[in-house]
Design a protein. Structure first.
Length: 173
């Protein structure tokens, strides 16, 4: 299965370096020099020539693209890798496709809805849950609110604060 690890951003300098918006928790391995990445939309495979951090932003160059004009054409292109579905399940890391469709329940087992997606953010990730009432609820993906993810049993346990999934008294419209 393919997984998006980054999105190409704006060029940096004139020698073909680009910024990337990361979508992986292990950029030093996934985007290391020599890594071959597929692209969406298809632009042919890209091989990472160099990777360096600059002011908290990862900058990459590719062997196939060597100047600013060429990398500008790749702006907003997604970089993809194959993922190992049998990876160590003890890690607290999941791919969005592994979470989509999981039942969302409270710590007491009350159904809350179904996980629709995982949004990756700079500060933290957010689970998108379609509630039992059909509303879309955004849940910060932090251990205090999401204490358990059980991909094998197809469920995620949530500990939501009052009002997140149900109206609080006095909140009626």
């Amino acid at each position: 299965m393919e997984y998006v690890v980054a999105r190409i951003g704006r060029p940096h300098g004139v020698r073909g370096e680009v910024t990337v918006e990361l979508r992986t928790d292990d950029p030093d391995q996934r985007l290391a020099p020599g890594a071959v990445l597929r692209t969406e939309p298809p632009a042919g495979p890209l091989t990472v020539a160099s990777a360096r951090w600059h002011n908290g932003t990862l900058l990459l160059t590719f062997t196939e693209v060597t100047d600013r004009t060429a990398v500008e054409a790749l702006r907003d292109t997604l970089l993809l890798v194959d993922v190992d579905e049998e990876a160590d399940e003890t890690d607290d890391a999941w791919y969005p496709h592994q979470l989509r469709g999981l039942a969302a329940v409270t710590v007491t087992g009350t159904p809350l809805g179904v996980v629709a997606d995982l949004l990756t953010g700079a500060a933290q990730d957010v689970l998108v849950v379609t509630g039992t009432d059909g509303r879309e609820v955004l849940v910060p993906f932090v251990r205090a609110l999401v204490p358990t993810v059980d991909v094998r049993r197809r469920k995620v346990v949530l500990n939501p604060p009052g009002g997140l999934f149900a109206e609080l008294p006095g909140d009626e419209e």
